[in-house]
Write a protein that binds this ligand. Structure first.
Ligand code: C5P
Length: 402
């Protein structure tokens, strides 16, 4: 369960295109994430989906008219835009876009947007020729000049049968933009380094020692910190997750490479979050040629890898000024005691303890159940949350400690 949109007030403007039916589904999704959705519709939109549909899905009255006598006191054309955290215009038709670009206010939707102070997110959806017409393109450029965010439509088959750009953008892209618009830039100016993923410790050219870490938690932390305005360096072990946009990625393979990258970039950081599952050991010897099958019993000699976090904690003891240090602990038993011990032993400011005995959380899944323990002894037990949400909770605690 994610709570990123809890109690956020979203005013959804629906204009008259066939994609209006998708806006009905988005209303449901937004509410499921805790948002409070109020819908306003243009007259044309009501030909595609009825106000009743949006009223049922939003749980709120739908606004369609500027001059409804029962609204005389409420002045919806001013107050709707004032009483929301953001405006989402989806679908935005060529006509509504043109009206906004001209500053017209001859219906409720355009008047509300003209009068609003809130951030505006515009999701165009229309036939490709209409979208590509220089008039529409110039109007969209104008909306960007006003400071509105325009989410490019997707390419593909359109309702009219044409192929090309004009399909309403995918929900996941729009959702990310909504979260970005509503996220405070409270980490602006902070430099944050995150380690993520497993490490690979090669034994010969084809074999290696590793673990089940997917890197999801570290990547979620890097994405969330970036979204909140931080400058982010992500030191990532091998994995298959697409790195978040706007993050500097330093790919590494082994613990020794991770150690080198962290040591090199660490001094310039304000916060270091070690979410990687670093191999504690590596094969003592690397065989340049593939090891042959031979003796029935074989033993593997191991050498200890550097404990990157412990080393940082040691340096922090004598440094005048040092980044805030955050570690992770994956524990299958006595997780609170083990966390306390590690926090002290590694001289950390904060530790996030994962109970890996739970099946619904931890390695390689999207959810995590984490307990946060800070240097002042404060304990915060988080419920089962998405890794995205856990990342934000960890960053909230980091902000309090900075
Ligand atoms: O002691 P343990 O391995 O459980 O500590 C886990 C924490 O230490 C994690 O934050 C992990 O990223 C970090 N670590 C490290 N270098 C190692 C082993 C763990 O930075 N060699």
């Amino acid at each position: 369960m994610s709570f990123l949109l809890t109690d956020k007030r979203i005013l959804l403007g629906v204009s008259g295109g066939i994609a209006a039916y998708k806006a009905a589904d988005w209303t449901r999704r937004l509410r499921k994430e805790g948002a409070v959705v109020t819908v306003m519709m243009t007259r044309a939109a009501q030909n595609f989906v009825t106000p009743l549909t949006f009223a049922a899905l939003s749980g709120n009255r739908v606004h369609t008219a500027m001059f409804a006598p029962e609204d005389a006191e409420a002045m919806p054309h001013i107050n709707l835009g004032r009483n929301c955290d953001m405006i989402l215009l989806a679908p935005a038709t060529a006509n509504t876009i043109a009206r906004l670009a001209q500053g017209l206010a001859d219906d409720l939707t355009s008047a509300v947007i003209l009068a609003a102070q809130a951030k505006v997110l515009v999701c165009p959806a229309m036939n490709s020729a209409m979208y590509q017409h220089p008039a529409t393109q110039a109007n969209l450029a104008r909306l960007k000049e006003f400071g509105y965010t325009v989410i490019d439509p997707a390419c593909g088959e359109l309702a009219c049968g044409d192929q090309g750009p004009g399909r309403l953008a995918d929900w996941e892209i729009v959702r990310q933009e909504i979260i970005a618009v509503l996220t405070p830039q409270d980490l602006r100016g902070q430099k944050v380094l995150v380690t993520a993923g497993p490490t690979w410790e090669p034994l010969d050219p084809v074999r290696l020692l590793t673990n089940r870490s997917s890197g999801k938690m570290g990547y979620a932390l890097a994405a969330a910190a970036r979204r909140r305005g931080a400058q982010v360096v992500l030191v990532s072990g091998p994995g298959s997750i697409t790195p978040p946009a706007g993050v500097e990625v330093l790919p590494v393979v082994s613990a020794q490479e991770m150690h080198a990258a962290v040591s090199q970039r660490g001094p310039e950081m304000d916060v270091m979050i070690m979410a990687a599952a670093v191999s504690d050991y590596r094969p003592a010897r690397y065989e340049a040629r593939k090891i042959k099958k031979g003796t029935p019993d074989a033993a593997l000699a191991l050498a200890a890898n550097p404990d990157i976090l412990r080393e940082l904690g040691e340096r922090k003891k004598t440094a005048r000024c040092f980044p805030l240090l955050v570690g992770f602990a994956a524990e299958s038993n006595d997780h609170l005691e083990e966390g306390r011990r590690k926090l002290a032993a590694k001289n950390l400011d904060l530790i996030a303890i994962n109970d890996i005995s739970a099946e619904d959380a931890g390695f390689a899944v999207d959810n995590n159940r984490v307990t946060l323990l800070d240097r002042n002894g404060a304990v915060e037990e988080l419920p089962l949350l998405t890794k995205e949400e856990v990342a934000h909770r960890i960053l909230n605690t980091i902000l309090r400690l900075i």
